[in-house]
Design a protein around this ligand. Structure first.
Ligand code: CO
Length: 185
């Protein structure tokens, strides 16, 4: 089932999320629906707050980026209750977008390498070291679980330049190819 994607201005994008309990019966179907929603929107990552749910759940499939970022090959994951346990001091700024911000792309500094702990859809625990764009994607998505979004990390000047677009998102006037749920309308 395709879910509407909550866009900038929706309070749920700013809320803290809660831990998911093992055997929570709503989770398997939610994971499937989030993947379906993400693929339909041509996204590579989606966090539960983006479909209106304050839960610590992320889906990722970065395979489509393999040509540009070889490390993305087969990088498909379900992250339940993820935590970044280590991250490099070294950062690099690269352009990002977000399905909750259609039409906005900005360079964001992120750690080059991270270590992340999470549970998969079968509630098996994993500890994984990630680098390059995979590390970037996971940092972006985990930010969503803390009520943070990628434009929080851009300069005041860049935010000012995007003000019109951001206001249009809040008003529900943004053009978008996929199903969204803006604050107004
Ligand atoms: Co995002």
């Amino acid at each position: 089932m395709i879910l509407p994607i909550y866009t900038y201005g929706q309070p749920v994008l700013r809320e803290e999320t809660i831990l998911i309990a093992k055997d929570d019966p709503q989770i398997p179907a939610l994971i499937d629906n989030m993947f379906e929603t993400m693929y339909k929107a041509d996204g590579i990552g989606l966090a539960a707050p983006q479909v209106g749910l304050s839960l610590r759940l992320i889906v990722i499939d970065a395979n489509a980026l393999t040509k540009t970022y070889p490390e993305c090959k087969d990088f498909k994951r379900v992250l339940i209750n993820p935590e970044i346990t280590q991250q490099s001091d070294e950062t690099v700024a690269l352009e990002e977008g977000c399905l909750s911000f259609p039409g906005i792309h900005e360079k964001v500094p992120r750690s080059v390498n991270i270590q992340v702990e999470y549970f998969d859809r079968h509630f098996n625990k994993h500890t994984e070291t990630l680098e390059g764009f995979n590390a970037r994607i996971v940092q972006h998505e985990i930010d969503h679980l803390y009520g943070q979004v990628f434009i929080d990390s851009i300069s005041p000047i860049r935010r000012q330049l995007n003000r019109g677009k951001l206001n249009n998102l809040i008003k529900g006037n943004a053009k978008c190819e996929y199903k969204i749920k803006p604050l107004k309308k």
